[in-house]
Design a binder for this molecule. Structure first.
Ligand code: FRU
Length: 489
């Protein structure tokens, strides 16, 4: 008995001596756990929120359930990074709360963070100001959504809710996801947010972040098969032209119809009051996979790049994906550019150039990448396939034929957790070239695919039974380059 007790004591001591960094690393090696994509140590996440740079740190806030692995108790989780790739978890920034007097409870829905360099709101120079949607469950009366403010004067480490919330209320059940930015041309703050069920983006202006006036609306366009959420408005340089254009992106409809959600965008002009899309252009989709949603861009990027992070999931099955003890991850940060293709201007997205710093051992032959976390660039000729598998019964497929690029996850073994998960994504490559370039990032249960320099992207989750993968080809597939990628944790 005494020996058992001593052994137990020794075991406890040994465990408590493992440095905390190592303990953390251990929790990032579970089956399906992405090694170089952001995910929380445990529990549920959805949208990225409040992406902002301040004094050497990039901040990633996100929709977070501190109490479980399904959606609920929405609060703002928080992480910081000095390179946009390695993240350090911080305590929950803004928490769900209840009002004991009225029995109302308020969840903290999606929103923005700005840095108030000129102290326009009066909370201090360089205060971080979060503007988010309060989703109020009014006791006995259902839901109301309005916009609220919280601030931090210690680089985001602690947050206080503003005493005079809400700062914007139009008395609607659905009214959400404010994106706020500084509009230099008129030296004012601008907010874009949605009235989701009316398929409307509204624009407001403010001199102090506290009082807001409506200046314009964008509606009557785009795909309205799903409610609109998470709008963003930003300027992007057009490649090869000395020209900046405005892009309005939002989350909602998916190219495959109303069963799924996705992201669409418009290219046009913003005059400080409202956004108008180019007369000759329609909405375009940002990604043709199922798992890129609620993407927003960083405020205050030090080098003017437009960098977006999206949530790697789809509401159709997000609450059922078979991961534990976490559920949900973020995309790699993507740099957005605009290119002219004939008379149309379209977004091109690619992982930020810094991802090359994660490269480890070079992959020299296609047949054996070994681990489940790697980057690869291949050329695919017409009628070719790259098959990533655990054996004949458990595989995913990248394919190209007749101008159509596809990603097929219907033959991965673990897909029955939700009936619509099993799917084939596809995108038509303009002018149907005989050969395409496919750069893709695999990370255990996530694939981000960038075709022809990022002109087309497909982002998907998949669940093969173990992390190890074998690669096979059909037709002409040439390896250009590839690397194993290590863990960021
Ligand atoms: C988008 C969304 C937002 C909302 C948040 C709630 O995924 O539905 O509209 O603010 O998630 O978690």
């Amino acid at each position: 008995m005494r020996n058992y007790f001593l052994a137990f004591l020794f075991f406890c001591l040994a465990v408590s001596c493992i440095p905390s960094k190592e303990k953390e690393a251990n929790t990032y090696s579970e089956l399906y756990r992405p090694r170089y994509h952001f995910s929380p140590a445990k529990n549920w996440i959805n949208d990225p929120n409040g992406l902002v740079y301040l004094q050497g740190e990039y901040h990633l806030f996100y929709q977070y359930n501190p109490f479980g692995t399904t959606w609920g108790h929405m609060s703002w989780g928080h992480a910081v990074s000095t390179d946009l790739l390695h993240w350090k978890h911080l305590p929950v920034a803004i928490e769900e709360y209840a009002n004991p007097a009225t029995q109302d409870s308020t969840m903290i829905f999606s929103g923005t963070v700005v840095v108030d360099h000129a102290n326009s709101a009066g909370f201090g120079v360089d205060a971080m100001i979060a503007i988010y949607t309060s989703n109020v469950h009014k006791s006995g009366q259902g839901i109301a959504q309005h916009q609220s403010l919280a601030y931090s004067t210690d680089k985001g480490r602690t947050w206080k809710r503003y005493a005079d919330n809400p700062i914007l209320d139009i008395q609607r059940k659905d009214f959400r996801d404010p994106k706020v930015f500084w509009y230099e041309a008129a030296k004012k703050w601008v907010m874009a947010l949605v009235v989701p069920d009316l398929f409307k983006v509204q624009f407001y202006e403010s001199s102090n972040l506290l009082k807001w006036q409506l200046t314009g609306e964008f509606t009557g366009a785009g795909d309205t098969t799903r409610v609109w959420e998470c709008p963003d408005l930003y300027q992007v340089k057009v490649d090869g032209a000395n020209e900046m254009r405005w892009v309005l992106s939002l989350s909602g409809a998916h190219p495959q119809g109303s069963k799924f959600v996705g992201m669409q965008y418009f290219v046009g002009e913003f005059d400080g009051n409202t956004f108008r899309k180019d007369a000759n252009s329609e909405h375009q989709f940002l990604d043709y996979g199922k798992d890129f949603y609620a993407g927003i861009t960083f405020n205050d990027m030090p080098d003017q790049r437009t960098i977006m992070i999206g949530w790697l999931n789809n509401w159709t099955y997000a609450n059922q994906v078979p991961t534990h003890p976490w559920r949900g991850a973020m995309s790699l940060p993507r740099e957005l550019r605009l290119v002219k293709v004939e008379d149309k201007i379209q977004l091109v997205s690619n992982p930020i150039k810094e991802v090359t710093s994660l490269r480890q051992k070079e992959i020299e032959i296609l047949s054996q990448p070994g681990s489940g976390s790697f980057e690869m660039e291949i050329h695919m000729a017409d009628s070719s396939q790259l098959i990533l598998s655990q054996g004949a019964e458990d595989k995913i497929v990248l394919g190209y034929a007749n101008g159509q690029f596809i990603f097929d996850r219907t033959k991965s073994k673990n897909h029955s957790f939700q009936k619509d998960f099993s799917s084939v994504e596809s995108v038509l490559i303009a002018s149907k070239p005989l050969e395409i370039t496919v750069r893709f990032f695999v990370d255990q249960s996530v694939i981000e695919i960038f075709v022809n320099g990022g002109a087309y992207t497909i982002t998907d989750q998949f669940f093969l039974e173990s992390g190890k993968m074998t690669l096979q080809t059909v037709g002409v597939v040439k390896l250009q380059r590839g690397w194993e990628i290590g863990s960021i944790w």
